[in-house]
Ligand binder design. Structure first.
Ligand code: COA
Length: 158
């Protein structure tokens, strides 16, 4: 498998670099899975400065990641899978694909996650992330107009 295109032709899925043409699908997934969803324009702006990947199953985008690579560390900014595609190992594949694309000098990946997002916290722990900090009232849950704290998590890379 090469680093840009992770594919399983038997199971009919692939992970591709995110492009503008994917953003409507990505935004629709985000609306389904996030209490404070990024807008289309946020995804578009993000793609100018950051990296993104999409999971395509059959003909359709079913998941995505957005991440940024700094000098020493990378930040996972967003990850989401359409609800009916969760719990089947696709999140693990998206994260592995991101890690494979990291330059050798990147030694850690950081992320923030809502303290109430139990499923994502379990997922990140299973992927080797550890809690290192808490940021109070970090998120605005726009659907409910409430704020929420974030756990900061880190995974060290070899
Ligand atoms: C979080 C998310 C990306 C995980 O992706 P996923 O495809 O569902 O996860 P996977 O099936 O790859 O699971 C990998 C491992 O994570 C853990 N895990 C995943 N879902 C879990 C759950 N509901 N409960 C406990 N552990 C879970 C398991 O250890 C699992 O390994 P296993 O199947 O061998 O036991 C996905 O559920 C999602 O899109 N959630 C909504 C959006 C979101 O919350 N994004 C994070 C924003 S910070």
């Amino acid at each position: 498998m090469d680093k840009q295109h992770l594919t399983d032709t038997n199971k009919n899925w692939c992970i591709l670099p995110m492009q503008l043409m994917h953003l409507h699908s990505v935004t629709s997934i985000e609306q389904l899975v996030s209490p404070g969803p990024w807008s289309l324009s946020q995804f578009r702006d993000s793609l100018k400065d950051h990296n993104g990947s999409v999971l395509v199953v059959g003909e359709y985008v079913r998941g995505f990641t957005i991440y940024t690579v700094g000098v020493e560390h990378a930040d996972l900014l967003n990850i989401g899978l359409e609800p009916s595609f969760q719990g089947q190992g696709f999140g693990r594949l998206l994260l592995k694909s991101m890690i494979w694309q990291m330059p050798a000098e990147i030694k850690k990946i950081m992320l923030e996650v809502r303290v109430t997002n139990w499923k994502a916290i379990q997922f990140y722990k299973a992927m080797g992330f550890k809690k290192i900090d808490l940021r109070k009232d970090y998120y605005l849950n726009s659907k409910e107009q409430t704020s929420e704290s974030a756990l900061v998590m880190r995974r060290l890379l070899p």
